[in-house]
Design a protein around this ligand. Structure first.
Ligand SMILES: Nc1nc2c(c(=O)[nH]1)N[C@H]1C(S)=C(S)[C@@H](COP(=O)(O)OP(=O)(O)OC[C@H]3O[C@@H](n4cnc5c(=O)[nH]c(N)nc54)[C@H](O)[C@@H]3O)O[C@H]1N2
Ligand SMILES: Nc1nc2c(c(=O)[nH]1)N[C@H]1C(S)=C(S)[C@@H](COP(=O)(O)OP(=O)(O)OC[C@H]3O[C@@H](n4cnc5c(=O)[nH]c(N)nc54)[C@H](O)[C@@H]3O)O[C@H]1N2
Ligand code: SF4
Ligand SMILES: [Mo]
Length: 747
C-alpha cells in the first residue's frame, strides 16, 4: 500500500513542488507536482532522488554527546543539559563574545533556519556571527544596501518576459538558479530564445548554460568588474544610457561618467582578455533591446572585486532603464514579508559598525567574514571564541583553509552542531543535534520567495509523521534558545515562539501607520491558527504581510487576497499571486529616499579597481564549478547523486595541459597560498586557457565521520588551496574564484 504527499523540495533555490510516493514511513519515489502553481511539474535529478537523500542510512537518528572524548548516542534531555551546563557558564566567565555562531546554507532551506537564529543571537548577545553569505552573496547584499538602502532588496531578472538576458558568472543549467528562484530555469532560458530573445553568458568555462546562449564571452576570471565598468562607460560615452523614469528616483547619475572615466573598453580589454570591439558591441545591444536584464551570481561575487561587480550589474540595469520594469530586473513581494510602505527617506545602510577582534575586518549586515573564523578561535586574548554553535554549516569544507579551521575547532572548549550528519565539521562538536529528514518536516520558503520570479506562496506540512524519538528542527532550535538562556527545563519550547509572536504584534499595534494601530495584541494572538509555534508564526507573518487578511482590519492588503495560514492550507499546490510588479520608490530605504547610484564606499573602491588595469594577470588561475547532482558539501553520501561526471577532478584546457606536460587521467599537484593538493586531471576545452577548475565541497577523507559513501570517494578540499587572506574588502567575502595557482605533473 502506498500513498502520496506533497513536499516542496529543499535541495536548491528553485523550490519545486514534489509529489512523494510513500510506503509506510519511507519515501520510495518523487516526481514533479504538475499542479504546483509555480513549478508546474518540473523536477531535476536531485529532486527525483529525494527518497534516497531522505532515507540515507548515515543520517543521525539520535543526539550525540561527547563523553570521555568520544561522541556517544544520548537522549535529547541529556544533550540539552550538556548545553545548558556549558554555554551560560562560559558567557558568565568570559563574556558574550566568547560564543560564536556559524550559520550554513541549508538554513535558507528550512523553516527553522528562518525563524530561530535571530532569537538565538539575541539570547547570546554575541557579535561573533559567521555565515555562508561571506562565502557567497554578501557582495550583492552590500551593493543593494548601498544602492537601495535595504540589503535584501535584490532585483531578479524577469526571465519569462525579458528580451535580453546577460548572465555573469552563473550556471543555472547546473545550479538551477540562485538569488533568482525559478523552477525549470533551463526551460525558461530555452523559451527566451524561442520567443526571439537573446541570451549572453559571461563565464570562463563553456558551461551547459553557455552552450544554450546566443553568445558566450569567456573573460579572464576576476575581471568582471572591469568588463561591467566598460559596458557602463560605453553606455554613457555613446549616449546610450536611458534610465527613463528611474532618473527622478536616482541620485548620482551625473557623477557616474566621471567615476567610470578610466574604464574604456580599450583600457579593460587586456585585463579581461576580450576584444574592446566585442565589449562595445555588447553595450550597444543591451541598450537597443526593448527590455533587458543583467544578472550576476557566484562568479561575480566570490571574487576580488565582488561588491563592485554586483553594484555594476544594477548600474547597468538602471542606465538601460530596465530596473523595476517588466522584462527587466524586478523586486519580488513575498507573502510572508513586510507590507510596502509609503515612499520617503529610510534609515540607510551602514557598514563597519564594529570590527573583528583579530584582523579588524568591518562587520557587514552584523556578520564577520567566515574566512576569519579560525583566527578568532585561535588567537588568545579577551573576546576569543571559546564555544561555537554551528547550525547547518560545514565550514571545514566550505570556508578557506579547512585544515586550520579543523584544528581550531578541535581546540574549542565547547561546540554544538545542529546537523543531520556526523561530518568534517560536526565531528568536533560536544553535542550534535540531528534534525529529522525533510519528509518529516514542514516547509515554507521564507527566504526564496523574496527572490522568486513570480509572486506565489506555498506551504507543505510534514509528508510523514515525526518518528517517536525525533524532534522537529524548529523545536530543536527553540530548545537551543532556552538552553543558552539558562531556561532549559523551566520553559516550554513553545514559549520561544509566543515571545516572538508577542514582540511582532506589539510592534504592529504600536505602528501609527498600521491599520492595526491600537488593536489588542492579546486578542490578535488569540486569533492565530496553526498546530504548533512555527505554524502560528507563519500565520502571523502571512496575515500581516502584503497579501494578508490583517485580521479583518480594513486596508489595501486585506483587499488583495486576505491571506492566512488557513486559506493557504486550503490550497495545497500553492496560491499564485501574480507576476512581479514595479515597486519603486516605496521600496527604497536610503537616507535620501532615492537610489544612491554612486555611494561613498563604492566610490572609494574604484581606485583599487583602476589599479587592476595596470596589474599583470597571473598565468594560471582556479575557478570552481557545480554539478547538477551536487549540493555543496553534503550530497556526496547519496549513491544516486555521485559518480559519472560528478567527480572531483581538475579541468585543464588541452593547450595548458600540453604546455605543462599533463595528460587526461593523470595526476597533478596544484599549489596556491594555502598549500598543495594532488588531483586527477581531466583535459577538456570547456575551460578557457589560463584557467583550471576544481569543484568545492569535497575532501571527505577525515576520520571520526559517518559518511560511508562519501568517504569511499572523498575527493580533495579545494578550499585548502586558500589561506583566508583573499577577501573582497567591502563585503568580507572570500575570494573563491580566480585565485592564482601553479601546476606540476605527478608521475
Ligand atoms: N571553493 C568554493 N567554496 C565554496 C563555494 C564555491 O563555489 N567554491 N560555494 C560557497 C557557497 S555558495 C556556500 S552557500 C557555502 C555552503 O557552505 P555550508 O553551508 O557550510 O555547506 P553545505 O554543504 O551547504 O551544508 C552545511 C551543512 O548542513 C547540513 N544540513 C543539510 N540539511 C540540513 C537540514 O535540514 N538542517 C540542518 N540543521 N542541517 C542540514 C549538512 O549536513 C552540512 O553539514 O559553500 C561555499 N564554499
Ligand atoms: N547542483 C547544484 N546546485 C546548486 C548548488 C550546488 O552545489 N549544486 N549550490 C547552490 C548554491 S549554495 C549556490 S550559491 C548556487 C550558485 O549558483 P551559480 O552561481 O549559478 O552556480 P555556479 O555553478 O557556481 O556558477 C558560477 C559560474 O561562475 C563561473 N565563474 C567563476 N569565476 C568567474 C569569474 O571570475 N567571472 C565570471 N563571469 N564567471 C566566473 C564558473 O565557471 C561557474 O560556471 O547554486 C545552488 N545550486
Ligand atoms: S531544481 Fe532544485 S528544487 Fe527543483 S527538484 Fe531539482 S533540486 Fe529540487
Ligand atoms: Mo551558496
Amino acid at each position: 500500500m502506498h500513498r502520496t504527499a506533497l513536499r516542496i523540495c529543499p535541495l536548491c533555490e528553485a523550490t519545486c513542488g514534489l509529489t512523494l510516493t510513500i510506503e509506510g514511513t519511507t519515501v520510495t519515489g518523487a516526481r514533479g507536482d504538475r499542479d504546483d502553481v509555480f513549478s508546474r511539474g518540473f523536477v531535476c535529478p536531485k529532486g527525483a532522488a529525494f527518497g534516497a537523500v531522505d532515507g540515507d542510512p548515515d543520517r543521525l537518528r539520535t543526539p550525540l554527546v561527547r563523553r570521555d572524548g568520544r561522541l556517544r548516542e544520548a537522549t535529547w534531555d541529556e544533550a540539552y543539559e550538556a548545553i545548558a551546563a556549558a554555554v551560560p557558564a562560559l558567557v558568565r566567565e568570559h563574556g558574550a563574545q566568547s560564543v560564536g555562531v556559524v550559520l550554513g546554507n541549508p538554513n535558507v532551506h528550512t523553516m527553522a533556519g528562518a525563524l530561530y537564529p535571530s532569537l538565538l543571537l539575541g539570547a547570546l548577545g554575541t557579535r561573533n556571527l559567521f555565515t555562508a553569505s561571506t562565502l557567497d552573496q554578501m557582495p550583492k547584499h552590500v551593493s543593494s544596501g548601498l544602492l537601495f538602502g535595504d540589503p535584501f532588496a535584490i532585483p531578479v531578472p524577469d526571465l519569462d518576459r525579458t528580451d535580453f538576458l546577460l548572465l555573469i558568472g552563473a550556471n543555472p543549467v547546473e545550479s538551477n538558479g540562485s538569488l533568482c528562484t525559478a523552477p525549470d530555469f533551463p526551460g525558461r532560458l530555452k523559451a527566451l530564445r524561442a520567443r526571439g530573445g537573446t541570451l549572453v553568458v559571461v563565464d570562463p568555462r563553456r558551461t551547459r548554460t553557455a552552450r544554450l546562449a546566443d553568445r558566450h564571452l569567456a573573460p579572464r576570471p576576476g575581471s568582471d568588474a572591469l568588463l561591467l565598468a566598460a559596458l557602463a562607460h560605453t553606455l554613457l560615452e555613446e549616449k546610450l544610457a536611458a534610465p527613463g523614469a528611474l532618473a527622478q528616483h536616482t541620485e548620482g547619475l551625473g557623477e557616474l561618467a566621471d567615476a567610470l572615466g578610466s574604464f574604456t573598453p580599450e583600457a579593460v580589454a587586456p585585463a579581461c582578455d576580450l576584444p574592446a570591439e566585442e565589449i562595445r558591441a555588447l553595450a550597444r545591444e543591451l541598450a537597443a533591446s526593448p527590455t533587458a536584464a543583467v544578472y550576476g551570481r557566484i562568479g561575480s561575487c566570490t571574487v576580488e572585486y565582488g561588491t563592485l561587480a554586483s553594484w555594476l550589474v544594477d548600474v547597468l540595469n538602471i542606465l538601460t532603464g530596465n530596473l523595476d520594469r517588466p522584462g527587466g530586473a524586478l523586486f519580488p513581494l513575498p507573502a510572508a514579508g513586510a507590507r510596502p510602505r509609503p515612499a520617503g527617506p529610510g534609515r540607510g545602510f551602514a557598514l563597519g559598525r564594529w570590527r573583528s577582534r583579530v584582523s579588524g575586518h568591518p562587520e557587514v549586515k552584523s556578520e564577520l567574514p567566515t574566512a576569519a573564523l579560525a583566527e578568532e578561535i585561535e588567537t588568545p586574548g579577551e573576546g576569543r571564541i571559546r564555544a561555537l554553535i554551528a547550525i547547518a554549516a560545514n565550514p571545514v569544507l566550505s570556508a578557506p583553509d579547512g585544515r586550520r579551521l579543523d584544528a581550531a575547532l578541535a581546540g574549542l572548549d565547547f561546540m554544538v552542531s545542529v546537523d543531520p550528519y556526523l561530518n568534517e565539521t560536526s565531528r568536533h562538536a560536544h553535542v550534535v543535534l540531528p534534525p529529522p529528514p525533510p519528509s518529516q518536516s514542514a516547509h515554507h520558503d521564507f527566504a526564496f520567495n523574496g527572490f522568486a520570479i513570480r509572486n506565489q506562496v506555498r506551504y507543505t506540512r510534514p509528508a510523514i509523521p515525526l518518528e517517536a524519538d525525533r524532534l522537529d528542527e524548529c523545536e530543536i532550535h527553540a530548545r537551543l534558545v532556552l538552553a543558552v538562556s539558562g531556561m532549559h527545563g523551566s520553559a516550554e519550547p513553545s514559549a520561544v515562539d509566543e515571545t516572538a509572536i508577542r514582540a511582532a504584534l506589539a510592534k504592529e499595534t504600536a505602528d501609527r501607520h498600521s491599520p492595526l494601530h491600537g488593536a489588542d495584541p492579546d486578542r490578535l494572538a488569540g486569533l492565530l491558527t496553526g498546530e504548533n509555534g512555527p505554524e502560528r508564526r507563519l500565520d502571523l507573518m502571512l496575515r500581516l504581510g502584503p497579501y494578508g487578511d490583517l485580521f479583518g482590519a480594513a486596508g489595501p492588503g486585506a483587499a488583495q487576497g486576505g491571506l492566512s495560514l488557513e486559506r493557504l492550507l486550503a490550497h495545497p499546490h500553492g496560491i499564485d499571486l501574480g507576476p512581479l510588479e514595479p515597486r519603486l520608490p516605496g521600496l527604497l530605504k536610503t537616507l535620501s529616499g532615492r537610489i544612491e547610484l554612486l555611494p561613498d564606499p563604492i566610490a572609494a573602491e574604484l581606485p583599487r579597481l583602476r589599479g587592476a588595469l595596470a596589474e599583470r594577470p597571473a598565468a594560471l588561475v582556479l575557478v570552481g564549478r557545480r554539478h547538477l547532482r551536487s549540493n555543496n558539501s553534503w550530497l556526496h553520501n547519496v549513491p544516486a547523486l555521485v559518480g559519472g561526471s560528478n567527480r572531483c577532478t581538475l579541468h585543464v584546457h588541452p593547450r595548458d595541459a600540453d604546455r605543462l606536460g599533463l595528460a587526461d587521467g593523470g595526476r597533478a599537484r596544484v599549489t596556491a597560498d594555502g598549500g598543495s593538493l594532488d588531483v586527477p586531471v581531466e583535459v577538456t576545452d570547456s575551460v578557457r586557457t589560463g584557467v583550471v577548475s576544481l569543484p568545492h565541497g569535497w575532501g571527505h577523507d577525515r576520520g571520526g565521520t559517518r559518511l560511508t559513501v562519501a568517504g569511499a570517494a572523498p575527493g580533495v578540499n579545494v578550499n585548502q588551496l586558500l589561506d583566508g587572506s583573499r577577501l573582497d574588502p567591502l563585503s568580507g567575502t572570500a575570494v573563491l574564484n580566480g585565485f592564482p595557482v601553479t601546476l606540476t605533473p605527478l608521475p
